[in-house]
Design a protein around this ligand. Structure first.
Ligand code: HEC
Ligand code: HEC
Ligand code: HEC
Length: 187
């Protein structure tokens, strides 16, 4: 029963992702902007902005830009704070989430996330600051909670299973985690 529910939810997400895919729709056809608005021509078309980034940091999903690659390569330098008193904090630990059934395990990387986000975007309302303390599973994620609050919305879509489920059991990456931060298998 549970497995069917998960399979159905995946099918639904895939269908939505396929419908939303396509390269960059023009503003007149994106179903967000009013195509009859007289000032539409004043706005930059997505292909003009995203095309340049995608040329150097291409992606196969979402809006076809690898935002992590673009950031790491210095192609973009997003403003980290508006108020000067804000303390920008980075964290570099990875957490290994092992409760993934037959799928490879999930590596959650803090560095990549804190390059864009503040701790308070996730802690403590989405996740407690302790590996394994929070209930996370694929149904919640597909329902738009936990990782699914951003992935599929502002970050790469949930159809990209392998980007999260990236650590095979018994692989060198698994061994390299060693005594690192490993989430115990709790639901
Ligand atoms: C944004 C990251 C992310 C993506 C993308 C993702 N998953 Fe997951 N998945 C997770 C996390 C996190 C867990 C929970 C792991 C834990 O609790 O140890 C999980 C758990 C699971 C589980 C274990 C059972 C369950 O219901 O929790 C399965 C099976 C699974 N995912 C399949 C998939 C498949 C198939 C895809 C692609 C269609 C996918 N996942 C895409 C992050 C992701
Ligand atoms: C995108 C969401 C997100 C952001 C932003 C984030 N974290 Fe986390 N954090 C997580 C997740 C997911 C876990 C693992 C939770 C689990 O296993 O239940 C975690 C675990 C932790 C843990 C326990 C494991 C470890 O790394 O020691 C600490 C401590 C922590 N976070 C601190 C921080 C701090 C400090 C910041 C800001 C510099 C931050 N986090 C930013 C999602 C985030
Ligand atoms: C608050 C928003 C937010 C949440 C919650 C969140 N992410 Fe992300 N994640 C991002 C953003 C933004 C990026 C960078 C843009 C992209 O790669 O699409 C990212 C990137 C990633 C990457 C790619 C890193 C790389 O090197 O390319 C992985 C893997 C990932 N997230 C896994 C997870 C997992 C697993 C969870 C849940 C445990 C999670 N994320 C929760 C926003 C979030």
């Amino acid at each position: 029963m549970f497995r069917w529910a998960v399979a159905f939810a995946f099918a639904l997400v895939s269908a939505i992702a396929l419908a939303a895919a396509a390269s960059w729709a023009t503003l007149a056809k994106d179903e967000v902007h009013d195509p009859t608005a007289p000032m539409l021509g004043m706005l930059q078309e997505p292909r003009d902005a995203l095309g340049q980034l995608a040329a150097k940091a291409p992606d196969t999903a979402g809006n076809l830009v690898s935002w992590m690659q673009a950031l790491d390569a210095g192609q973009i330098t997003p403003r980290t704070n508006i108020h000067p008193e804000t303390i920008v904090k980075l964290r570099t630990t990875d957490v290994l989430l092992r409760n993934t059934g037959e799928m490879p395990m999930v590596r959650f990387p803090h560095r990549q996330h804190t390059a864009w986000l503040d701790c308070s975007n996730c802690h403590d309302q989405l996740f407690a600051q302790q590996a394994g303390a929070t209930r996370i599973n694929m149904m919640l994620i597909l329902a738009g909670e936990k990782c699914g609050l951003c992935h599929g919305a502002v970050a790469f879509p949930l159809t990209e299973c392998k980007r999260c489920h990236s650590v095979d059991r018994g692989s060198p990456e698994h061994a390299a985690f060693g005594k690192g931060i490993v989430r115990e298998a709790t639901q």
